[in-house]
Each structure stands twice: as structure tokens, then as C-alpha cells.
Design a protein around this ligand. Structure first.
Ligand code: ADP
Ligand code: MG
Length: 589
């Protein structure tokens, strides 16, 4: 097994790392000192720019939610800001009690409504189409707000700031406090299951669905949260300027902000701050040296294209380099895997629970055009057993798993879980009902920690102790290790560990030993054999390694050209001449 480096040990909030590896409270204190110093030494024009930068950081935090975390390209974040600002203006004119504190929240909430309104229909779309839809929304709002004056705009009814934060210096401190509160919220989001779900949705929607995550709900939550943050940002801007107009939130400004967000990587705290500072100061600087301000947008656009080319934002790039360097500096002994038995080995004597099958497949048929990939397959996975599904490449094994787990669009036949048909359920609902799977192509997001991934894959909130025990059992590195520095074979083990610890009714593994060394395969064999007893999970195992299959499986089903050509106990099936012919490859085929 490849040597893994020990990551910085941390535990609990106090020791939790903020940007640049510093603990969060320390970071907050340092930031407070900087803000207080800046607010007391800056000129009034500087204070104006600093406050604008803080507001821009809030917009960046909003992009960090929708694009940085959930991976959704949204070009209408400033429209949400406009709605927040409009609401604050309205609350000011109507003297809604509570002052700006309450108005900001109100602005955020009204923006959430807009976020859901645009999010719901847009969720049927992906990628560029979704981007276009959000841009269309932004342009539509340009038009609406262009024709409509903001509350207080015509009679110079300035938005009143809270008494405590009335001066420009104090208002800068106020915006900085709002920024900090949002950062703390994001910090906890990143450590919650929703945070993990968003990252997995960005990484692979299929993997997310396989872990029982509703991609629709996840994206909708991201739209709502990001709209809230943007709405608060818009309200803050109204408080800064006193009066805002549609021009402050144009669709083109949205796109320019998006370009900056993409370039710096706003899912990172340092990225959001850098993005806000760039957004506010680069145009000012360009103006100062006599370059047209519009060129700034061009500059950001070029940066964004660079990011799309690299597939990684600047702060992600820096973080990756830093993690690699740290890993190189602290070479540590290999991971201690628990003892493994000699391979090949005896199958464990299982307490086979008699009763209804856990999973049953009846007359399953899947076609791709003229190709019959799965041909009227019948298969039973009894509770408490491991059934091996083998067959040559292209036999239809992965298609069968895809179909059972709800990832194939159309099929005929039935899939029953504990005797109940699940054919009407979508992939993530089948996963929640207890049908979990791994993919032949590894789909583990790299930007989260090992412990976080374990929880995402389990689809459950686990105690720290449960996480540590499961990781040790499967020979995986400690919970705080970034997945990124874990080798691919261990990522496969990690995936199986995560799926199993969720204790699903049935688990379908598609070639979990692919790419493993013999040591790793031995460990995997032991763990797979234990899964039914330990987790009360029945296992369907697709595997090419016949020794592994022989060592783990109670029964074997052989597929060839989509049809079952043999099934039964391993000894019987593996000595079947038809099976041997299919495996050794008949030259006439
Ligand atoms: P296995 O996992 O046993 O190697 P697969 O289930 O991946 O086999 O593939 C079975 C057959 O179905 C192959 O001939 C493959 O080319 C075909 N196939 C699989 N998925 C698709 C798809 N999405 N579209 C068209 N053909 C497919
Ligand atoms: Mg396959």
C-alpha cells in the first residue's frame, strides 16, 4: 500500500483549521484586528472602497455557495442582490421596525423566494443551458428594475443605518461583521452533510444519487442559500450607498463578478476575500492609472477562461500545492491495516437467515437500440448472503447494476427489495430505500476529507468514533486526511467502507478490487466476507478475480451476452463447461 502522510491532527471547533491552516477563532480575531485598524486609519474614500470590497466579498460568498460548492453556473446572483436591496429600500420607506438588522434578513428571505422561483424550473437544465437560463433571468430583471425605480430613489429617502454603525468607519466594521458571520455559517455548512452533499453533486450527480442524495433538492438548497447571501449583500450595499439603482446590479456586473469568482475560487475563504477585494479595487486602480475600467472585466474574463482550461481555481491550485508540500515534508509510516487472513481462504460459516430474498430481479431486460444488454435475467440475492455476478467484458454486469439501482432509463421486468417493487423509484430514492452501489469508474470527490466522504457515502451522520473504527477496519487513513492525497486503490476501499457503514439492505459493488495490489485484495476479501454479518447487508459482487469470488461468495451467477448461463454454489458453477468456455473465450464467438 502506498505510504500515506499523516495530515495535521485536529479535532473540535477550537482546533479547526481556517484559511492557511490557522484555527478558526484565531483567524476571526486576526481579521477583527485588521478591520478595526483599517476602519480607524483609512481616509473616507478608502473607507468607501473597503466597504464596497466587503459587500463584494458577500457576493463572492454567494457564488461560493452556488458555483464553488454545488457546481451550478449561475449568472443571476446580482439579481438576487437587487431584490435584497429593493426589499431593504422598501422596508426603509415603510419604516419597518427593527432597522437595518431586520431589513437585511428580510431582503435575504425575499431573495430566497426568487432563488426558488428561478431554481425550480432551472433544475431540469444542466451546464450551459442552466447558465443561459439564469442569465435570461438576470436580463429580465434588468428590464423590470430598469423601468421601476427603487423605493426611495426618487424622493431621496436614504436607507437609514443602525445607530451603532452610522459613520462610514463604523458601517465598514458592520459589513465586515456580516461577512464574518456568513463565513462562520459556511464553515459549519462545509462540515455538515448538506455541505458534503453539495460537493458530491458538483463532483458527480450520479454518485450523489447513489448515496441517496436528491440532486434536485441539493441544488435547490444551494440556490436558496446563495440567493439569501446575495440578498443580504444587496441590502448591505443599499445601506452603504443610501440609494441604489438598477445600474448597481446589472446582468453584466453579474457576469463580471462570476468571472472573478471562477478565477479565484470562492468556495475557499481566502478566495472569497481576494475576489471581493479584486472586484472593488481593480477597477479603482485601473481608473487611477488611466486605463478604462471596462478593461477590468476583460482581464477577469481571461482569468476565468484560464481556470476553465486548468479545471481548478487559483486558490484551489494553491491549496493543492500546499497540501502536497506538507505531505512531502512529513513522510510517515504506512497505514496500519488490521490483520488479514491467508488468501485463498475458507468462506466464513454464515448464519444464513432463511426467509424472503433481500433483492429479487424478475425477467429484467435492457436494450440499447438493437443490442440486448440484459436478456430476461432472473436473480435472487438472499438475505445475509454474498452473490457473485461474473462474466466476460460486455456481458451486461454493469448494466444490470445500473438498472437495479435506477440509473438506466428504460427496462422491462421487475426489481423487488424485500418483496416490494422499487421500479417506480428514482435512483436516489432506491438508494434511500436500501439499494446502494459503487461504480466501476471510481467517483470519489477529492476536495473533501476522508471522514466527510465516509459520511456522505453512508448517507448518515456518524459519530466520530464510528468513523474512526470503520476507517481502521478498512485500512483507510485517518478521518482528516484530504481524499486528494489518498491513492486510488485506498479510495476504492474507502468507498466500500462508506457504503457498508450505512448498513443498506443490499449493496451492489462493481469491481471493487480493480487496481488493487495483492495485499489490498486480501484485506478487501476479508472485509467483503464480513459485510453480511457485520452490517446486516446482502452483497452482490461483480468481480473479475475468480479467486476473490470463490473466497467470498455463497453463490455465483454467470452472465454472458446478457443472459444467465449458470448459477449456484461456486464449486459447481466454476467447473461448468459452459462457464469455462465463456471465460476462456471460444474462438468461434
Ligand atoms: P460488463 O459490465 O459486463 O462489462 P456492460 O453492462 O458495461 O458490461 O455492457 C453490456 C453491453 O451493453 C456492452 O455491449 C456495452 O457496449 C453495452 N452498453 C452498456 N451501456 C451502454 C449504453 N449506455 N449505451 C449503449 N450501449 C451500452
Ligand atoms: Mg462493467
Amino acid at each position: 500500500m502506498e505510504t500515506l502522510r499523516k495530515p495535521g491532527q485536529r479535532g473540535g471547533l477550537l482546533a479547526a483549521a481556517g484559511p492557511l491552516g490557522k484555527p478558526l477563532p484565531l483567524t476571526l480575531i486576526a481579521a477583527a484586528v485588521v478591520v478595526i485598524v483599517l476602519s480607524s486609519v483609512s481616509s473616507s474614500s478608502m473607507l468607501f472602497n473597503l466597504t464596497a470590497a466587503a459587500v463584494a466579498v458577500v457576493f463572492m460568498q454567494s457564488y461560493g455557495l452556488i458555483t464553488g460548492r454545488a457546481g451550478v453556473i449561475s449568472l443571476c446572483q446580482l439579481s438576487f442582490a437587487a431584490i435584497g436591496a429593493w426589499t431593504v429600500g422598501w422596508a426603509n420607506v415603510h419604516e419597518v421596525p427593527g432597522g437595518l438588522y431586520v431589513w437585511l434578513l428580510l431582503g435575504g428571505l425575499v431573495a430566497v423566494l426568487a432563488g426558488l422561483l428561478i431554481g425550480l424550473p432551472a433544475l431540469r437544465l444542466r451546464g450551459v443551458n442552466l447558465a443561459v437560463a439564469t442569465f435570461a433571468f438576470a436580463i429580465a430583471l434588468d428590464v423590470v428594475f430598469g423601468g421601476l425605480s427603487f423605493p426611495g430613489q426618487n424622493d431621496y429617502n436614504f436607507v437609514r443605518r443602525p445607530e451603532l454603525f452610522d459613520t462610514d468607519a463604523a458601517y465598514f466594521v458592520f459589513t465586515a461583521i456580516v461577512v464574518a458571520v456568513i463565513f462562520v455559517g459556511l464553515y459549519f455548512l462545509d462540515r455538515s452533510r448538506l455541505g458534503g452533499a453539495l460537493v458530491e453533486i458538483r463532483h458527480s450527480e450520479r454518485a450523489a444519487a447513489a448515496h441517496g442524495i436528491s440532486v434536485t433538492k441539493g441544488k435547490l438548497a444551494a440556490f436558496a442559500l446563495s440567493a439569501f447571501v446575495a440578498g443580504v449583500g444587496g441590502g448591505l450595499m443599499a445601506g452603504q450607498l443610501g440609494i441604489v439603482t438598477a445600474g448597481n446590479f446589472s446582468s453584466f456586473a453579474s457576469v463580471a463578478m462570476f468571472a472573478i469568482a471562477l478565477f479565484v475560487g470562492t468556495n475557499n475563504i481566502e478566495g472569497a476575500i481576494a475576489g471581493g477585494v479584486m472586484g472593488a479595487f481593480v477597477p479603482v486602480l485601473m481608473d487611477a492609472i488611466g486605463i478604462p475600467q471596462d478593461l477590468a472585466s476583460l482581464l477577469f474574463g481571461v482569468g476565468a477562461i484560464q481556470v476553465l482550461r486548468l479545471g481548478m481555481s487559483q486558490t484551489d491550485l494553491l491549496r493543492t500545492q500546499r497540501r502536497r508540500k506538507r505531505a512531502e515534508r512529513n513522510p510517515l509510516p504506512p497505514i496500519q491495516a488490521p490483520p488479514v487472513q491467508v488468501f485463498p481462504r475458507q468462506r466464513p460459516a454464515r448464519i444464513v437467515r432463511r426467509g424472503a430474498p433481500a433483492l429479487e430481479v424478475r425477467d429484467l431486460r435492457v436494450t440499447f437500440g438493437n443490442l440486448v444488454a440484459v436478456n430476461d435475467v432472473n436473480l435472487v440475492l438472499p438475505r445475509g448472503q454474498v452473490v457473485g455476478l461474473v462474466g466476460p467484458n460486455g456481458a451486461g454486469k454493469s448494466t444490470l447494476i445500473n438498472t437495479v439501482t435506477g440509473f438506466t432509463g428504460r427496462y422491462t421486468g421487475q426489481v423487488l427489495l424485500d418483496g416490494k417493487p422499487v421500479d417506480d423509484l428514482s435512483a436516489h430514492r432506491r438508494a434511500r430505500a436500501g439499494v446502494r452501489r459503487s461504480f466501476q469508474q471510481l467517483r470519489v470527490p477529492t476536495s473533501i476529507s476522508v471522514g466527510m466522504f465516509l459520511q456522505v457515502a453512508a448517507g448518515a451522520t456518524l459519530t466520530r468514533q464510528a468513523i474512526d473504527e470503520q476507517l481502521a477496519l478498512f485500512g483507510c487513513p485517518p478521518a482528516d486526511t484530504p481524499v486528494e492525497v489518498v491513492d486510488v486503490a485506498t479510495r476504492r476501499l474507502l468507498e466500500v467502507a462508506g457504503l457498508a457503514v450505512g448498513r443498506p439492505r443490499v449493496l451492489l459493488l462493481d469491481e471493487p478490487a480493480a487496481g488493487h495490489s495483492s495485499d489490498e485484495t486480501r484485506l478487501l476479501v476479508d472485509r467483503l466476507a464480513e459485510i453480511p454479518e457485520r452490517f446486516d447487508t446482502s452483497l452482490l459482487l461483480v468481480e473479475h478475480d475468480i479467486e476473490l469470488v470463490r473466497a467470498v461468495c455463497d453463490q455465483i451467477v454467470v452472465l454472458d451476452f446478457g443472459s444467465v448461463i449458470a448459477s449456484g454454489p461456486p464449486e459447481q458453477v466454476l467447473s461448468d463447461p459452459a462457464v469455462i468456455a465463456a471465460y476462456l473465450g471460444d474462438s468461434t464467438r
